[in-house]
Design a protein around this ligand. Structure first.
Ligand SMILES: [Zn+2]
Length: 128
């Protein structure tokens, strides 16, 4: 019978770590400044529908992701060159990682693959 700790780790690995690694994120311990910046809304989030935030360092972009069981933060990093900084005009969709560019008919930068809009970033920022 697997002990409880192993099962929890298995959940984190299966639902958080492996899907993100398959998107090109490298799982790391993370620099302290990222770990210290993670808000409680991420730290305390529970469930497979994780919450995350991006942090821009000198060389890497860091992604801090909530854990399946709460009170866990997973840190990932990606080279900045692999990650387009998102502006109101173009960038990387945080939902599906598609490259997105604003078309003339778009009121906001819009991902035409999954429907994500740039305004959502502004709303999330206002929550913190
Ligand atoms: Zn998208």
């Amino acid at each position: 019978m697997p002990n409880r700790h192993d099962q929890r780790w298995e959940d984190e690995r299966k639902h958080i770590i492996e899907p993100l690694e398959s998107e090109g994120w490298e799982s790391v311990e993370g620099p302290d400044w990222v770990r210290d910046s993670v808000p409680d809304s991420i730290r305390k989030n529970i469930g497979k529908e994780y919450k995350y935030d991006h942090y821009h360092g000198d060389t890497f972009v860091y992604k801090a992701v909530s854990g399946v069981h709460g009170n866990t933060v997973h840190i990932f990093r990606k080279l900045k060159s692999d990650y387009h900084e998102t502006t109101p005009e173009e960038g990387t969709c945080p939902n599906c990682q598609s490259y997105v560019k604003r078309y003339e008919d778009d009121e906001y930068l819009t991902c035409h693959r999954c429907g994500w809009q740039y305004t959502l970033i502004e709303r999330l920022k206002n929550l913190f």
